[in-house]
Design a protein around this ligand. Structure first.
Ligand SMILES: [Zn+2]
Length: 154
């Protein structure tokens, strides 16, 4: 996993692109130390037809509750960032989903993660779920209640 832009593909052929700057920033929150805590934020970007480009994100900050195993994205700055980017881009860039870290090499969602997404993230449009591990990313699309992991394109 290097710092380049990443492209993922859904089973229907639609793409999800993570821009380089976002990927780099996500990587900076990897839980590489034994005492580093989970981090979380929102994903921001554009829907281009059925494709999604993740161009921006919010970072951990004041009000968030961060533990080794678990994070609660309570800070008010996350929504503020979404509002700011939405305005600056004339509505082109919007809230796309959630990211957080796990202290495992190749991450996978916990049942708490899945329950929380199904409860809070159901939308008429597909949403993006992303977990940053120490070596790899786990990324999925949520359509209503259905969570489908995406595969990285070579
Ligand atoms: Zn989790």
């Amino acid at each position: 996993m290097n710092n380049d832009e990443l492209t993922y593909k859904d089973s229907d052929g639609s793409l999800v692109v993570i821009m380089q700057a976002v990927h780099k920033l996500l990587r900076s929150y990897r839980q590489l130390e034994s005492d580093s805590t989970e981090a979380a934020g929102v994903l921001i970007g554009e829907r281009r037809g059925r494709h999604i480009v993740i161009c921006d994100m919010s970072e951990p900050g004041k009000g968030d509750i961060r533990n080794r195993f678990g994070v609660n994205r309570k800070g008010l700055h996350h929504q503020a960032k979404v509002d700011l980017v939405f305005e600056r881009s004339d509505g082109a860039q919007q809230y796309l989903g959630e990211w957080h870290t796990h202290p495992e090499n190749l991450p996978s969602p916990s049942s708490i993660d899945e329950n929380s997404w199904r409860l809070n993230l159901a939308n008429h449009k597909p949403m993006i779920l992303l977990i940053v591990g120490r070596e790899g990313l786990w990324i999925a699309k949520q359509n209503g209640n259905v969570i489908s992991p995406l595969t990285m394109m070579e």
